[in-house]
Every structure is written in structure tokens, then in C-alpha cells.
Design a protein around this ligand. Sequence first.
Ligand code: NPW
Ligand code: K
Length: 462
Amino acid sequence: MATPVLTAAGMRAAEQAVIASGVPEYELMERAGAAAAEIIWRAGGLRDTLVLCGPGNNGGDGFVIARLLRARGVPVRVAALGDSRTSSAIQARAAWAGPVEAFNDAEPAAQLVDALFGTGLARELDDGIAAQLHDLVSMASHSYAIDLPSGVETDSGALLSPVPHFGMGIALGALKPAHLLFPAADRMTRLVCADIGIAANSSICRLAPPSVYAPGTEAHKYSRGLVAVVGGEMAGASLLASHAAARSGAGMVRRIAADAYIGGPDAIVTDFAKTATEVEHSLQDKRLAVVLVGPGLGRNKDAQARLDVVLKSGHPLVLDADALNILGEIGIAHLPQQAILTPHEAEFTRLFGQLPGSKIDRALDAARRSRCVVVYKGAGTVIAAPDGRAAVASHGSSWLSTAGTGDVLAGIVASRLAVMRDGFQAACEAVWLHGEAARRAGAAFIADDLIERLPEAIASRL
Ligand SMILES: NC(=O)C1=CN([C@@H]2O[C@H](COP(=O)(O)OP(=O)(O)OC[C@H]3O[C@@H](n4cnc5c(N)ncnc54)[C@H](OP(=O)(O)O)[C@@H]3O)[C@@H](O)[C@H]2O)[C@@H](O)CC1
Ligand SMILES: [K+]
């Protein structure tokens, strides 16, 4: 099941709904503290522990954690940043029977629990606080960020001040955008989400592993989907995209290009189309399920003419690379509805300008404006649909930052769209399969290696 992602305001609303149903706020704090203490106990056992508590409810969680770990025999010290300011945090502090040290004077411990700030962080940490937190985390062998690492902005994943790298992030009740968006997501080596009995409903989810279906017994190449990849005069990128599409489940792939290249897998048919009129003629095939345009298209007048006939073809479209760059110049008014766009950061800005908000907000805004599914690529790829659904991918590999991997992704998107026809689902499946192929390819791979791993990635989800 997809894990929901809630903003700070969404989390407060979910919390208020539970409180309105008769559960006291302090009970939620006890649940949160108990769930986190259980995780820490399992990971860290009887290690010497220092719990850092802030002034709000995140600090309140810290006092509960300290009390429950101590009850299990863990040697625990608590250091607080001033007085507790909320009624629940005051109650949790009162239930902690041990001493409370001043944060600035706290000595390091093998295990460090950061309960300074969570979703209520309003501004950057003072330099002294950030430096002390950094030192204590780096001197611990085990470190845990309660709800969020102190210093990250909940909704955007930005670092408001320097944030150390934690061994584990323990999200309370639901994931927040900062658990998946970079740079914050990179500050937690492992991430777990503790259930505290809050119904977290959201149209934004973490990208989940898909269920992929094998073709039915009646299937044939056209029922499984014929994908056309429209390229230009340079073969490489459109070949990569075509090859990736062929390895991702489509029944047949046809490359429509102006280059004279005749190598590549024999299963891929190349239509030599020197002019836009010839491309137009090739696209008149009613059996086409999806057309991908962009990889290797080029940006000259001829490329624009080719793109133009694709946009007018009436087929479901996937637009990538040079197609997005040309659209960035001529404007998104020319886009047919319900296409899938796969921009990286620079292409996204060219298409939509500088939009405000988090990467999730920007992707959703772009999807609404363009009435297309938007796959906003990069570390923490966000897939957004015009109806408000969004999925955030957090399991990509940093080795994906190499030439041609975008062409491969575009090919997978086109192929999954040909197989299933739902743009948002197809894009989600494609991003997951691309990430999984990268994980299986290991280190220092090239785009071609990813394609070879696609059948295994698909097989793992059958
Ligand atoms: N939602 C839920 O369902 C549940 C939530 N729970 C927990 O509650 C947490 C949210 O608690 P929260 O709202 O009290 O905010 P929190 O993060 O403790 O910080 C607020 C305090 O810090 C202060 N402050 C802020 N920035 C500062 C800075 N830079 N430097 C210094 N001070 C700064 C701020 O002061 P102010 O801005 O008002 O001056 C205020 O006093 C959440 O993450 C989770 O752990 C669970 O217990 C149960 C279920
Ligand atoms: K924290």
C-alpha cells in the first residue's frame, strides 16, 4: 500500500481530528513516544543514551522516550533546551523522574536521540545549537531524529540551518515531505514511520512498488501496445529510448527517425522518415498506442516541424528532452491534454518558470497548468497528475546521474502507458522500475546497463 505524505498543516489537522474524537493530545504524545522508544530499543539495546528535548511537543516526545527507555534498563540522560512550553510537553517532563541537563553543557553518548524540533520548527537554529547538535550526533554510533531532523523544513525538505546525518529518522504518524525530498531526505540513512493511530489521508504518497501483470493468454503485439519513438538526425538517444520501451512490456516498438542507423536490437523496426511529412504519414497508423518524442529530436526548424506533427497526431503522448526544450520556447498552450511530460530541473524551469513552494507543490502546479502528468525528475523525483495526485520517489540511485538515463526513463514511461493507458499509474510504474533497474545495476553503470536490468525489475513485481 502507498504510504501517505502529510504536510505540517495536514498533520495538525489529522491530529485535531483524533483529539476531537476524544483522544487527549497527551495520549498521542505517549503513543508517539512509545512507538519511537520501541524502535530505538530494538536498534540500540542497552547503549548509553542522551535524549535532547526542545521546548515544544517534539521535546515532549523526547521525555516520554527517555522515561520508557529507562524503564527497560537503558542508561538515559536528558538535556533540554529551556523550559517546556506546551501542556503535553510539561506533563511528559513531569513524568520523567531523572535530572535534566542544560543542552549547551550536554556530554556525548553512544546513542543520541534528537527531540529538539519537529513539525513546529519555525526558523533556523541558532549557530550554537546547530553546532552542538552536530557534534553530539557525530560522536554517537547510533542517532535518531524524532519525527524530523532538527533544522529541516517539514514541507519543502530545505535545510534551514546545517543539519547532521542521522542513522535513522523516525516519522511519527505519517511521512512528511521532508522525509522524501532532498536535501533533507539525505540526512537520514534509514527511515521508519511509526503508527500512532492517526488516519493519514492524503493524495500525496511515497512511490510504492507496483504490481505488474503478465500479458493475458489472448495477448498479441498490438494488444500489448505499439509504441512509436520519433527521433531526429542523431540516433543514440532515440535508440536508447526505443530499446528501453521494448524491454518494458510494450508489444512492439517502432523508431521513426531521420538518421540512417540500422543497428540496435532487431526487434525494433526503424521507419526512415526524412521530413515532417513522412513522420506524419508514419503516425497515421491507427494501431499506435503511444508516441514518445524528444530523445534525439534536436532543436532546429526540422525538429520543430516533427514535434508539430506529433502534437497534432491525436495519439497519447510522452514528451521528453528536446520536445520540452522546444515547448519551453513556443509555450505550453500548444500541449495536448493528458500527455506525460518528463522534465529535469532545467527543462521544468524553461517550461513553467520559477514556481513557488516545495518540489511537490511545483510539480502539482505544473500538472494543473499543463493538464498533463508531470514527472519532475532529479533526486526525489515527483510524479504529479492534474487531479491533485502526487507520488514522491525516494529510492533512486545517485549513479543515475549519467548520460542517457533520462532517455531510458522516457522509453519506460511510453511502454508502461502503452500497456496500461492510465498516465499517472504508468509514470509511477516507470519511475519505480527505472529506480529498481538502477539499484540492480549497482555502481558506475551506463544507460545501456539499465535497459538490461529492466526485465528483472519487472519480474520482481509480477
Ligand atoms: N501532529 C501530531 O499528530 C503529533 C505530534 N507530535 C509531536 O509534536 C511535534 C510538533 O510539536 P510542536 O508543534 O509543539 O512543534 P516543535 O517541533 O516541538 O517546536 C515548536 C517549539 O519550538 C520553538 N521553535 C521553533 N523553531 C525554533 C528555533 N529555530 N529555535 C528555537 N525555538 C524554536 C517554538 O517556539 P516559537 O516559534 O513559538 O517561538 C515552539 O516552542 C511533532 O513533530 C511531533 O514530534 C506527537 O507528540 C504526537 C502526535
Ligand atoms: K527532531
